[in-house]
Design a protein. Sequence first.
Length: 122
Amino acid sequence: MRYILLLLLVALAVVLVLHFGAERKANPLGESETALDKAKLAALPAQLQQVEAALDAYADERGTYPAGLAELVPGYLRDADLLIDPWGTTLRLERSAVGGTVLSSAGPDRVFAGSDDIRRSL
């Protein structure tokens, strides 16, 4: 009887170690995602600058910004991939009520109108 109780305690200890060991291994993955988001944030300004230059060229030639960013391809941007931010969300061209125009990325959460949006006034 003592050996069965001892065997059950050892088995329980092994299960607990495996369970909590898996929890610790999940944290480095979360840290890598944060590092990846930092790298994506660092790459985004250059991409927005290219799209902004294409928008400026379009506006210089036609007198106004396009209705949508897709109008920039292929005449002003070589590839439609430049219209997708590093997180896989299509960039937006927004016009405000006061007449301003903003180029925006949804940011890491991939949802527009969030606190992590990246906006660039034109």
